[in-house]
Write a protein that binds this ligand. Sequence first.
Ligand code: ADP
Length: 335
Amino acid sequence: SREAGEALDETELAIEGALRPSSLDEFVGQPKVRGQLQLLLQAAHMQERPADHILLAGPPGLGKTTLAMIVAHESGRPLRLSSGPAIQHAGDLAALLSSLTPGEVLFIDEIHRMARSAEEMLYLAMEDFRIDIMVGKGAGATSIPLELAPFTLVGATTRSGLLPNPLRDRFGFTGHLEFYDDDDLERVIARSANVLGVRLPDDSLSEIARRSRGTPRIANRLLRRVRDYALVHGGGAAASIADVKAALELYDVDAIGLDRLDRAVLDALVRRFRGGPVGLSTLAVAVGEEAETVESVVEPYLVRIGFLGRTPRGRIAMPEAYRHLGIVHPDGVAL
Ligand code: ADP
């Protein structure tokens, strides 16, 4: 999934891989989803069959890919990784599905971005482990049925509302991932610091957690920037609270963890559109981003902390946002 601000290069991806927990026990937080997955995997194990199909929904960086890997790992089955944007034709999906080995776990990230024609093929595949391959065109077209090896589909989406109902209904279970609280983020960061060999006093740990937007991926990324800073400026000693603050200031992360794009959205909403309501696409154009990025990457956290409201008439700025930006609310309310 894409992230606001910074693109992940290959090294970053490799490091991210090294920081992934590989079992449900190591996976921090999300007790609800963890319990649900645990039961599902155990039942499948007892009956010696592939687990039911699983849909994971939630903003980027909360652990969907990690959970897919854990599903494969815990059930001792191989994992195949794909993504919605990579499946632009039914044929792409047919090739993928027909190459699966029995019991394989197929992960499709951003499943809401898959081609329509592939979606329909997927319904049948999920239900009956069978696809129909169309051969020829027009009146002479025939469909050839193809049996598939049974598999477990793990779909991930930042926006479960975008999935057509017939697709959503074919998942045995949908897990909704929530933003993490500071305690859970501290556990994620402590674990990662351990893996990376970074010494982190308690106050540094909680400061990074507080500025991670409830998101483990961001927590891990901030930790790496803090590590860099401590390495260069602190001579490799433990990362002090001063190192944390300086590093995060350098990377434009503010006191509550908002980054440059978060602030640009709030700023446009408050100043340019006078607090709204303003439509999503207008707001996205104003900050030079795609509407999908604003909607799935930026907005969920701003909504969660009570800065932004989504109304039928558009996006509105909440009083808390004015307070954070240090701007007087138009009603003149003393904030
Ligand atoms: P998503 O697929 O939802 O975008 P990922 O699964 O790729 O998110 O997670 C992003 C990063 O955050 C990974 O490095 C992963 O190790 C870490 N992470 C996510 N959730 C957790 C968790 N619950 N516990 C520990 N690390 C986590």
